[in-house]
Design a protein around this ligand. Sequence first.
Ligand code: PMP
Length: 434
Amino acid sequence: QTQKLTNSELIAFRKEHLGKSLSLQYKVPIKMVRGAGQYLMDQLGRKYLDMVNNVAHVGHENHAVVRAGQEQMALLNTNSRYLHENINAFAEELLATLPDELSVLHFVNSGSEANELAIRMAKAVTGQRDIIASEVGYHGNSNMCVDISSYKFDGKGGSGAPEHTHIFPLPDAFRGKYRGENSGAQYAEEVKKQIEIIEAKGRGVCALIVESIISCGGQIELPRGFLSKAYNYVRSSGGICIADEVQVGCGRVGKSFWGFELHGVVPDIVTIGKPIGNGHPLAVVACTEKVANKFANGMEYFNTFGGNPVSCAIGSQVLRTIRQQELQENALTVGIHLKQQLNELSLDYPIIGDVRGQGLFLGFELVDHQLNPLADQADYLANRMKDHGVLMSTDGPDNNVLKIKPPMVFTMENAEELLFLLSKILSEDFMQIN
Ligand code: PMP
């Protein structure tokens, strides 16, 4: 029946009856009706190249993943209190991608739930509750997650950092507090400062939580040396180190399967979400045996949907597809080419101030000659790209960063198409800087 409604009618109903703080993408919202690989199709049959959806990791409506879910759904779906091969098989396949130290898994249903559980675990291990997190970080929509997400509490409708949250400056080596190649140590000192603030209050550190590339912060690559130094400081004060891999995990960064591996560290807890279910609500918390043992204090951990046979069948098939289609390798080769070509483009169009990221998790930032952020131009570029059938999103504290995080089946030809259209729109009058 909804098929017959016009877009205006759909919008009017949403405005009245769906959550008032839900948003819609684009000035003229699109109604999507199909997905296939790296493409989406709207109600008029228009095809869009999707540069935004890193959830559809192995491709929108990937046939093998859909089949795995359908077949198990038709056979049995129940909770993890019964024995089932699927939960063991999925756990085994996922553990094979993680460092040996991370040997215990808990299955949940969303990135928020994963981070919520990670913080609960850190509290159980340390007996503390003070969390250190990045400026402009985002870790989810639950109470605890919003409390540690500066992206939310420092933004519209927020009311600042809660008492037990401690924020270090966004480790942005391009326009941040410290700049350049060697800023990693300086940002790590900022983490140390937060530890000292906590200790001066007579309390101890519970955890540090950081994304391996800070997504909402504008695809911020952690400067070299930052993470290992910050982890050392946190651990020597008794805290737990959590890597939020909800956006960047599962091969997307190309060089390694997990983003934290780019920095030569092993976290105590890793949270995994979006891509692992390819659109099905599936998320995971991986932790060390020590953390898992401390958390198991006698209270049962029960999760109605977490680890059900359908979700596990889907998760296993996603991992298998990444391997069989060599999608991590694809992310590396296409990502290197795309980043290099974007850097070339920045020579012709100095409005592109910085190109950054790894694999198929890239971003480029629009600035004027004085490095002032150009949010209107970023918005214009995203909307013009949509006119040409390419979906892109903007982010960062100043909304001037274009993000590139397509399904991992994104090809060299797709990259060429993207670059061609970008150069066309970058030539338009509105995109010129003086
Ligand atoms: N962590 C990060 C880094 C995220 O980007 C998100 C979602 N954007 C979450 C956690 C929360 O995941 P979910 O929306 O699945 O609850």
